[in-house]
Design a protein around this ligand. Sequence first.
Ligand code: ARG
Length: 450
Amino acid sequence: MTLWSGRFEETPDDVLWGFTVDTSDRRLLVDDISGSIAHVQMLGTTGIISGTEASTIGDGLSAILDEAWAGSFEFKEGDEDIHSAVERRLTELVGIVAAKMHTGRSRNDQICLDLRLYLRRSAHVRIGQIDALIRSLVGQARRVGDAVSPSFTHLQQAQAIPFAHHLLAYAWMLKRDAERFRDMCTRVDVSPLGASASGGSSLPLDPDLTADLMGFAHRFDNSLDAVGSRDFASEYAFCCAQTMVTLSRLSEELILWATIEFDWVSFPDRHTTGSSAMPHKKNPDMAELVRGKSAVVLGAANGLLILQKGLPLTYNRDLQEDKNLVFQADDATSGSLVALAAMIEAAEFHPKEPTSWVTALDLAEVLVERGVPFRIAHEVIGLLVASLVADGRTMEQVTGADLVAAHRLFTLDDVRWSNPRTSMERRVTPGGGSMVSVAKQLEALAGYLS
Ligand code: ARG
């Protein structure tokens, strides 16, 4: 029997049942039960049901919660959704008094509550996973010490930087990803319970009490908004999507660096896969899959927005689709965070030093320090580069005499600045690509992680 059979003369058609029942809400089992426990406690406290009824129902729900955590809760064929399944089980355990549980409530505020409870829990797990990845990156940044690598713009070598600076860029990006989850939690942290079907109830419900019992910071201000809005779900999916964009970029670099052409990183056998055809292959499949799964997550985030865009207030059954999309985004993000943390943790980085061309900007800045306008200094070094190229030489072969010939304010001794490592040591910008800046970043990130 459904929760709504009263006004119907026919039982649901198999087609309707098959099409409308969605089992994805089973993941909300513990949240659904926890919400009901708070609801029933409120019903008892306000006298809407008697204290005895409330504690009988509450005890039944606690027993079901134990089953849920133990994984022994059984779903049955006729369970239309998670709410029906819990009510059916409650009836089995406590009998007819179970019929009072749904007093003053609708599945519309209930499902919204369940999803909010779930996302509040999972946001904290995601934040923990992001922090674990940051920890691995910080560990690697320490391990690579003062290894020098080029920074890239347009995927062309740009400036000499400590390789740790490159790794730490991802740590900062991920820290913001974690902060976004934290910030989103402030908007998830609102209880919709008491909004009922859409307009509230004629019973003296106490939504502040239920919000309090479930540890929510606030309750809804508008019942239509409470049951009809899913911006918290799309925001969660966006947090996943932005995190996946970070992970996808990191993955792309790992894939690139693992090529024979780059050879900047090696992964242990246990983190790579082989080819069924080419015996020599050792592929960074986890990183490739993270890049692939980012497409799934971006699609899910987009899907959640599209799901809501044309909906009149308040609840519409379309919204049932929100859960599949959120779970898809969440699962892919969770799996990707774990996979990349493992890869980074065990990776061996051996970046190659940059070509000496990357010292060009630093050389121009030597002239700027001596009063030459930057535009002129740029031109002088540009001409020097062009003449070296024309001679078939590289910046490595530049001599002090070449520099002095390029500009009278150069001295013979300035040739040392054409070495990438020395030129990097000239870097003074706070947060720039220098070992001093890396040390400061490591200190700041250790503070964040502690
Ligand atoms: N399964 C529904 C969902 O996920 C729960 C709410 C159903 N409400 C209703 N009036 N049919 O959105």
